[in-house]
Ligand binder design. Structure first.
Ligand SMILES: [Zn+2]
Length: 416
Protein backbone atom coordinates (compact mmCIF):
# COMPACT_ATOMS: atom_id res chain seq x y z
CA UNK A 1 0.00 0.00 0.00
CA UNK A 2 1.31 3.40 -0.79
CA UNK A 3 -0.28 6.77 -0.44
CA UNK A 4 0.88 10.24 -1.34
CA UNK A 5 1.26 12.55 1.63
CA UNK A 6 1.48 16.34 1.46
CA UNK A 7 4.76 16.37 3.36
CA UNK A 8 7.07 13.81 4.90
CA UNK A 9 9.84 14.77 7.32
CA UNK A 10 12.29 11.90 7.63
CA UNK A 11 15.71 11.08 9.00
CA UNK A 12 14.92 12.72 12.35
CA UNK A 13 15.12 11.63 15.97
CA UNK A 14 11.81 12.62 17.45
CA UNK A 15 10.94 13.75 20.98
CA UNK A 16 7.20 13.26 20.55
CA UNK A 17 6.34 14.45 24.10
CA UNK A 18 3.38 12.06 23.88
CA UNK A 19 2.11 10.98 27.28
CA UNK A 20 1.89 7.26 26.62
CA UNK A 21 2.06 5.05 29.72
CA UNK A 22 5.38 3.46 28.78
CA UNK A 23 6.90 6.76 27.72
CA UNK A 24 10.10 8.10 29.26
CA UNK A 25 8.50 11.53 29.01
CA UNK A 26 10.30 12.53 25.83
CA UNK A 27 8.58 9.74 23.90
CA UNK A 28 11.68 9.28 21.81
CA UNK A 29 11.49 7.76 18.33
CA UNK A 30 14.86 7.21 16.70
CA UNK A 31 15.44 7.44 12.97
CA UNK A 32 11.84 8.45 12.53
CA UNK A 33 9.57 10.03 9.98
CA UNK A 34 6.38 12.02 10.25
CA UNK A 35 3.80 12.02 7.46
CA UNK A 36 1.54 15.04 7.12
CA UNK A 37 -1.75 15.53 5.30
CA UNK A 38 -4.04 18.57 5.44
CA UNK A 39 -1.85 20.13 8.11
CA UNK A 40 -2.21 17.14 10.42
CA UNK A 41 0.08 14.34 11.52
CA UNK A 42 -1.24 11.15 9.93
CA UNK A 43 1.64 8.74 10.51
CA UNK A 44 4.66 8.53 12.77
CA UNK A 45 7.21 5.90 11.71
CA UNK A 46 10.12 4.54 13.74
CA UNK A 47 13.37 2.95 12.54
CA UNK A 48 13.02 4.04 8.93
CA UNK A 49 16.24 2.31 7.93
CA UNK A 50 14.65 -1.09 8.55
CA UNK A 51 11.44 -0.10 6.82
CA UNK A 52 11.27 -1.10 3.17
CA UNK A 53 7.90 0.50 2.56
CA UNK A 54 7.77 3.19 -0.12
CA UNK A 55 6.39 6.43 1.16
CA UNK A 56 5.43 8.97 -1.45
CA UNK A 57 4.86 12.61 -0.79
CA UNK A 58 4.50 15.92 -2.57
CA UNK A 59 7.27 17.43 -0.45
CA UNK A 60 10.03 15.89 1.61
CA UNK A 61 12.34 17.27 4.26
CA UNK A 62 15.46 15.32 5.12
CA UNK A 63 16.30 16.11 8.73
CA UNK A 64 19.80 14.64 8.28
CA UNK A 65 19.72 13.00 11.68
CA UNK A 66 18.70 16.13 13.57
CA UNK A 67 16.15 16.22 16.40
CA UNK A 68 12.49 17.14 16.09
CA UNK A 69 10.07 18.30 18.79
CA UNK A 70 6.53 19.65 18.74
CA UNK A 71 6.29 23.38 18.00
CA UNK A 72 6.96 25.31 21.19
CA UNK A 73 4.08 27.10 22.92
CA UNK A 74 4.48 30.33 24.89
CA UNK A 75 1.39 30.17 27.11
CA UNK A 76 1.76 33.47 29.02
CA UNK A 77 2.73 36.77 27.38
CA UNK A 78 1.82 40.43 27.41
CA UNK A 79 3.32 40.94 23.96
CA UNK A 80 1.25 43.95 22.92
CA UNK A 81 2.10 47.29 24.56
CA UNK A 82 3.16 50.82 23.79
CA UNK A 83 6.65 52.16 24.58
CA UNK A 84 9.02 50.28 26.80
CA UNK A 85 10.56 50.77 30.23
CA UNK A 86 14.29 50.67 29.45
CA UNK A 87 14.77 54.24 30.70
CA UNK A 88 13.04 53.40 33.95
CA UNK A 89 15.27 50.33 34.28
CA UNK A 90 18.31 52.54 33.87
CA UNK A 91 17.01 55.01 36.49
CA UNK A 92 16.44 52.22 38.99
CA UNK A 93 19.98 51.00 38.50
CA UNK A 94 21.24 54.52 39.04
CA UNK A 95 19.60 54.39 42.47
CA UNK A 96 16.33 56.27 41.83
CA UNK A 97 13.63 54.84 44.14
CA UNK A 98 10.39 53.15 43.03
CA UNK A 99 8.41 55.97 44.66
CA UNK A 100 10.31 58.59 42.69
CA UNK A 101 9.85 56.62 39.46
CA UNK A 102 6.14 56.23 40.21
CA UNK A 103 5.88 59.97 40.95
CA UNK A 104 7.37 60.69 37.56
CA UNK A 105 4.64 58.56 35.99
CA UNK A 106 6.71 55.37 35.68
CA UNK A 107 5.72 51.78 36.32
CA UNK A 108 2.68 50.13 34.75
CA UNK A 109 0.96 53.54 34.52
CA UNK A 110 3.53 54.62 31.93
CA UNK A 111 2.83 51.52 29.84
CA UNK A 112 -0.93 52.11 30.12
CA UNK A 113 -0.44 55.71 28.96
CA UNK A 114 1.80 54.69 26.04
CA UNK A 115 -0.59 51.90 25.03
CA UNK A 116 -3.60 54.21 25.11
CA UNK A 117 -1.74 56.75 22.98
CA UNK A 118 -0.38 54.27 20.43
CA UNK A 119 -2.22 53.67 17.17
CA UNK A 120 -3.34 50.17 16.23
CA UNK A 121 -0.70 50.12 13.53
CA UNK A 122 2.05 51.06 16.00
CA UNK A 123 0.97 48.38 18.43
CA UNK A 124 0.76 45.83 15.64
CA UNK A 125 4.22 46.63 14.31
CA UNK A 126 5.99 46.54 17.68
CA UNK A 127 4.24 43.34 18.76
CA UNK A 128 4.89 41.66 15.38
CA UNK A 129 8.58 42.42 15.79
CA UNK A 130 8.61 40.83 19.25
CA UNK A 131 6.60 37.87 17.98
CA UNK A 132 9.14 37.26 15.23
CA UNK A 133 11.85 36.57 17.83
CA UNK A 134 9.68 33.89 19.42
CA UNK A 135 8.83 32.30 16.06
CA UNK A 136 12.49 32.26 15.12
CA UNK A 137 13.11 30.02 18.14
CA UNK A 138 10.46 27.50 17.17
CA UNK A 139 7.39 28.94 18.87
CA UNK A 140 4.24 28.09 16.89
CA UNK A 141 1.53 29.16 19.35
CA UNK A 142 1.51 32.23 21.59
CA UNK A 143 -0.94 33.43 24.20
CA UNK A 144 -1.30 37.22 24.30
CA UNK A 145 -3.07 39.14 27.05
CA UNK A 146 -4.70 42.54 27.00
CA UNK A 147 -4.42 44.57 30.21
CA UNK A 148 -2.50 47.75 29.37
CA UNK A 149 -5.62 49.59 28.21
CA UNK A 150 -7.78 49.33 31.32
CA UNK A 151 -10.58 51.07 29.45
CA UNK A 152 -12.93 49.53 26.92
CA UNK A 153 -11.52 51.40 23.95
CA UNK A 154 -7.89 50.40 24.53
CA UNK A 155 -8.58 46.84 25.67
CA UNK A 156 -10.56 46.50 22.43
CA UNK A 157 -7.64 47.95 20.48
CA UNK A 158 -5.19 45.50 22.07
CA UNK A 159 -7.35 42.44 21.41
CA UNK A 160 -7.99 43.58 17.84
CA UNK A 161 -4.23 43.81 17.37
CA UNK A 162 -3.92 40.27 18.78
CA UNK A 163 -6.54 39.23 16.24
CA UNK A 164 -4.56 40.91 13.44
CA UNK A 165 -1.43 39.07 14.56
CA UNK A 166 -3.40 35.83 14.38
CA UNK A 167 -4.36 36.70 10.78
CA UNK A 168 -1.07 37.99 9.49
CA UNK A 169 1.51 35.93 11.36
CA UNK A 170 2.06 32.26 10.56
CA UNK A 171 1.47 31.13 14.16
CA UNK A 172 -1.58 30.56 16.33
CA UNK A 173 -2.55 33.26 18.82
CA UNK A 174 -4.65 32.69 21.93
CA UNK A 175 -6.33 35.92 23.11
CA UNK A 176 -6.73 36.50 26.84
CA UNK A 177 -8.72 39.37 28.33
CA UNK A 178 -6.83 40.76 31.33
CA UNK A 179 -8.94 43.84 32.11
CA UNK A 180 -8.34 43.09 35.81
CA UNK A 181 -4.58 43.64 35.48
CA UNK A 182 -4.29 46.88 37.48
CA UNK A 183 -6.50 49.69 38.70
CA UNK A 184 -6.32 52.50 36.11
CA UNK A 185 -5.29 55.94 37.43
CA UNK A 186 -8.78 57.39 36.89
CA UNK A 187 -10.20 54.73 39.24
CA UNK A 188 -7.63 55.27 42.00
CA UNK A 189 -9.10 54.07 45.35
CA UNK A 190 -12.22 52.89 43.50
CA UNK A 191 -11.15 49.40 42.49
CA UNK A 192 -14.62 47.89 43.10
CA UNK A 193 -16.09 50.32 40.61
CA UNK A 194 -13.40 49.42 38.12
CA UNK A 195 -14.18 45.70 38.53
CA UNK A 196 -17.84 46.54 37.81
CA UNK A 197 -16.72 48.20 34.58
CA UNK A 198 -14.63 45.12 33.68
CA UNK A 199 -17.52 42.74 34.40
CA UNK A 200 -20.54 44.70 33.26
CA UNK A 201 -19.22 46.49 30.21
CA UNK A 202 -15.80 45.43 28.97
CA UNK A 203 -16.04 41.65 29.14
CA UNK A 204 -19.52 41.30 27.59
CA UNK A 205 -18.70 43.74 24.78
CA UNK A 206 -15.32 42.18 23.91
CA UNK A 207 -16.83 38.71 24.11
CA UNK A 208 -19.63 39.74 21.75
CA UNK A 209 -16.94 40.68 19.23
CA UNK A 210 -15.35 37.24 19.55
CA UNK A 211 -12.11 38.65 20.93
CA UNK A 212 -11.80 36.60 24.12
CA UNK A 213 -10.51 33.02 24.30
CA UNK A 214 -9.89 33.15 28.06
CA UNK A 215 -10.24 35.57 30.98
CA UNK A 216 -7.37 36.35 33.37
CA UNK A 217 -6.92 38.55 36.46
CA UNK A 218 -4.08 39.67 38.73
CA UNK A 219 -4.99 38.46 42.23
CA UNK A 220 -2.44 40.18 44.47
CA UNK A 221 -2.07 42.85 47.15
CA UNK A 222 -1.03 45.33 44.44
CA UNK A 223 -3.68 43.93 42.07
CA UNK A 224 -7.16 42.70 42.94
CA UNK A 225 -8.60 40.93 45.98
CA UNK A 226 -9.98 37.42 46.09
CA UNK A 227 -13.52 38.83 46.16
CA UNK A 228 -12.90 40.96 43.11
CA UNK A 229 -11.27 38.05 41.29
CA UNK A 230 -14.30 35.91 42.09
CA UNK A 231 -16.53 38.52 40.50
CA UNK A 232 -14.43 38.46 37.33
CA UNK A 233 -14.58 34.65 37.26
CA UNK A 234 -18.35 34.61 37.84
CA UNK A 235 -18.85 36.96 34.90
CA UNK A 236 -16.55 34.83 32.72
CA UNK A 237 -18.49 31.73 33.73
CA UNK A 238 -21.82 33.36 32.91
CA UNK A 239 -20.45 34.12 29.42
CA UNK A 240 -19.12 30.58 29.01
CA UNK A 241 -15.49 31.73 29.01
CA UNK A 242 -12.63 29.76 30.58
CA UNK A 243 -10.35 31.45 33.14
CA UNK A 244 -6.74 31.54 34.29
CA UNK A 245 -5.08 33.59 37.01
CA UNK A 246 -1.93 35.50 37.99
CA UNK A 247 -1.68 34.19 41.54
CA UNK A 248 0.65 33.82 44.51
CA UNK A 249 3.43 35.88 42.92
CA UNK A 250 4.28 38.26 45.79
CA UNK A 251 2.05 36.89 48.56
CA UNK A 252 -0.57 34.19 49.13
CA UNK A 253 -4.14 35.43 48.79
CA UNK A 254 -5.63 32.03 47.98
CA UNK A 255 -6.10 32.81 44.29
CA UNK A 256 -4.95 29.38 43.15
CA UNK A 257 -7.58 27.59 45.24
CA UNK A 258 -10.26 29.87 43.89
CA UNK A 259 -9.03 29.29 40.32
CA UNK A 260 -9.21 25.50 40.82
CA UNK A 261 -12.85 25.88 41.88
CA UNK A 262 -13.51 27.54 38.53
CA UNK A 263 -11.61 24.83 36.58
CA UNK A 264 -9.04 27.38 35.49
CA UNK A 265 -6.79 26.41 32.58
CA UNK A 266 -3.79 27.58 34.60
CA UNK A 267 -2.54 29.50 37.59
CA UNK A 268 0.60 31.49 36.89
CA UNK A 269 3.71 32.68 38.83
CA UNK A 270 3.13 30.73 42.13
CA UNK A 271 6.27 31.66 44.09
CA UNK A 272 4.10 31.84 47.25
CA UNK A 273 1.99 28.75 46.51
CA UNK A 274 1.55 26.65 49.68
CA UNK A 275 1.61 22.86 50.05
CA UNK A 276 -2.11 23.06 50.77
CA UNK A 277 -2.66 24.90 47.48
CA UNK A 278 -0.70 22.20 45.69
CA UNK A 279 -3.13 19.55 46.96
CA UNK A 280 -5.99 21.54 45.39
CA UNK A 281 -4.09 21.76 42.12
CA UNK A 282 -3.42 18.02 42.24
CA UNK A 283 -7.14 17.34 42.38
CA UNK A 284 -7.89 19.70 39.49
CA UNK A 285 -7.02 19.88 35.79
CA UNK A 286 -5.36 23.26 36.33
CA UNK A 287 -1.79 23.69 35.10
CA UNK A 288 0.88 25.41 37.23
CA UNK A 289 2.60 27.92 34.94
CA UNK A 290 5.98 29.12 36.16
CA UNK A 291 7.60 32.30 34.88
CA UNK A 292 11.35 32.24 35.54
CA UNK A 293 11.94 35.45 33.56
CA UNK A 294 9.94 37.57 36.01
CA UNK A 295 11.55 35.77 38.96
CA UNK A 296 14.97 36.60 37.51
CA UNK A 297 14.29 40.18 36.44
CA UNK A 298 12.71 41.12 39.79
CA UNK A 299 15.57 39.48 41.72
CA UNK A 300 13.08 37.27 43.57
CA UNK A 301 14.44 34.74 46.02
CA UNK A 302 11.37 32.75 47.04
CA UNK A 303 11.13 29.72 44.79
CA UNK A 304 7.84 28.17 43.70
CA UNK A 305 7.28 24.77 45.42
CA UNK A 306 8.63 22.67 42.55
CA UNK A 307 9.12 19.51 44.60
CA UNK A 308 5.56 19.51 45.91
CA UNK A 309 4.19 20.16 42.40
CA UNK A 310 6.36 17.35 41.04
CA UNK A 311 5.40 14.87 43.78
CA UNK A 312 1.72 15.59 43.22
CA UNK A 313 1.99 15.22 39.43
CA UNK A 314 0.73 18.72 38.77
CA UNK A 315 1.50 19.58 35.14
CA UNK A 316 3.99 22.46 35.01
CA UNK A 317 4.20 24.91 32.10
CA UNK A 318 6.95 27.45 31.44
CA UNK A 319 6.42 30.77 29.66
CA UNK A 320 8.21 34.05 28.93
CA UNK A 321 5.65 36.36 30.61
CA UNK A 322 7.02 38.76 27.99
CA UNK A 323 6.11 42.24 29.28
CA UNK A 324 7.80 45.64 29.55
CA UNK A 325 7.91 45.85 33.35
CA UNK A 326 8.93 42.58 34.97
CA UNK A 327 10.04 40.29 32.13
CA UNK A 328 11.17 41.98 28.91
CA UNK A 329 11.94 38.52 27.56
CA UNK A 330 11.75 37.31 23.99
CA UNK A 331 13.31 33.87 24.32
CA UNK A 332 11.40 30.78 25.38
CA UNK A 333 14.63 28.77 25.09
CA UNK A 334 16.23 31.05 27.68
CA UNK A 335 13.21 30.41 29.92
CA UNK A 336 13.87 26.67 29.60
CA UNK A 337 17.43 27.31 30.73
CA UNK A 338 16.25 29.43 33.66
CA UNK A 339 13.64 26.80 34.63
CA UNK A 340 16.53 24.37 35.00
CA UNK A 341 19.11 26.72 36.57
CA UNK A 342 16.87 28.82 38.85
CA UNK A 343 14.00 26.41 39.54
CA UNK A 344 16.03 23.17 39.34
CA UNK A 345 13.58 21.61 36.93
CA UNK A 346 14.90 18.85 34.70
CA UNK A 347 15.43 19.45 30.95
CA UNK A 348 12.56 17.02 30.36
CA UNK A 349 10.25 19.03 32.64
CA UNK A 350 11.32 22.22 30.90
CA UNK A 351 10.51 20.78 27.47
CA UNK A 352 7.17 19.42 28.70
CA UNK A 353 6.59 22.92 30.09
CA UNK A 354 6.78 24.54 26.65
CA UNK A 355 5.00 21.78 24.71
CA UNK A 356 2.35 19.44 26.08
CA UNK A 357 1.79 21.24 29.41
CA UNK A 358 1.73 24.66 27.74
CA UNK A 359 -0.93 23.27 25.39
CA UNK A 360 -2.96 22.23 28.45
CA UNK A 361 -2.54 25.72 29.92
CA UNK A 362 -4.31 27.04 26.82
CA UNK A 363 -6.95 24.30 26.57
CA UNK A 364 -5.36 23.09 23.32
CA UNK A 365 -3.94 19.71 24.33
CA UNK A 366 -6.30 17.87 21.97
CA UNK A 367 -4.68 19.58 18.99
CA UNK A 368 -1.23 20.79 20.03
CA UNK A 369 1.75 20.04 22.24
CA UNK A 370 2.89 16.60 21.09
CA UNK A 371 3.74 14.68 17.94
CA UNK A 372 0.90 12.19 17.67
CA UNK A 373 -1.44 11.02 14.96
CA UNK A 374 -4.37 13.38 14.56
CA UNK A 375 -2.62 16.39 16.06
CA UNK A 376 -1.73 19.50 14.11
CA UNK A 377 1.62 19.30 12.30
CA UNK A 378 3.40 21.96 14.34
CA UNK A 379 7.01 20.79 14.38
CA UNK A 380 10.51 22.11 14.96
CA UNK A 381 13.70 20.53 13.67
CA UNK A 382 16.68 21.42 15.87
CA UNK A 383 20.40 21.33 15.24
CA UNK A 384 21.12 19.55 18.53
CA UNK A 385 22.47 16.20 19.68
CA UNK A 386 19.93 15.59 22.44
CA UNK A 387 16.71 17.26 23.66
CA UNK A 388 18.47 18.32 26.89
CA UNK A 389 20.55 20.71 24.79
CA UNK A 390 17.51 22.99 24.47
CA UNK A 391 17.68 23.70 28.22
CA UNK A 392 21.46 23.50 28.50
CA UNK A 393 22.32 26.34 26.15
CA UNK A 394 22.40 29.99 27.18
CA UNK A 395 21.81 32.01 24.04
CA UNK A 396 22.32 31.00 20.45
CA UNK A 397 19.50 29.52 18.43
CA UNK A 398 19.74 25.88 17.34
CA UNK A 399 16.44 26.07 15.44
CA UNK A 400 16.74 24.50 12.00
CA UNK A 401 13.25 24.39 10.49
CA UNK A 402 9.85 25.42 11.87
CA UNK A 403 6.70 23.83 10.47
CA UNK A 404 3.24 25.17 11.30
CA UNK A 405 0.13 23.31 10.17
CA UNK A 406 2.27 21.31 7.76
CA UNK A 407 3.86 24.40 6.19
CA UNK A 408 7.48 25.44 6.56
CA UNK A 409 7.41 28.90 8.17
CA UNK A 410 11.10 29.28 9.09
CA UNK A 411 14.00 27.48 7.51
CA UNK A 412 17.72 27.70 8.08
CA UNK A 413 19.86 29.03 5.23
CA UNK A 414 21.66 25.71 4.99
CA UNK A 415 18.39 23.81 4.55
CA UNK A 416 17.44 25.68 1.39
ZN1 LIG B 1 1.79 38.03 33.38
Amino acid sequence: MSSVFDLVVHNVNIATMAEAEDSDGYGIIEDGAVCIDDGKIVRVIANCENNSETIESEHTIDGQGRWMTPGLIDCHTHLIYGGNRAKEYEMRLQGVSYEEIAKQGGGIVSTVKATREASKQELFESAAKRLSYLIDEGVTCVEIKSGYGLDLQTELKMLEVADQLAQFSPVEISKTFLGAHAVPPEYKNRSDEYIDLVCNEMMPELNKRGLIDCVDAFCEGIGFSLEQTKKVFDTAKSLGLPVKLHAEQLSNLGGSKLACEYNAWSVDHLEYLSEDDVSYLAKSQTVATLLPGAFYFLNETKLPPIDALRKNNVPIAIATDSNPGSSPCLSLLLMMNMATTLFKMTPLEALQGVTINAAKALGKEDRLGSIEIGKQADLVIWDINSPAELSYRIGGNPRYTVIKNGNVIVSSPQSI
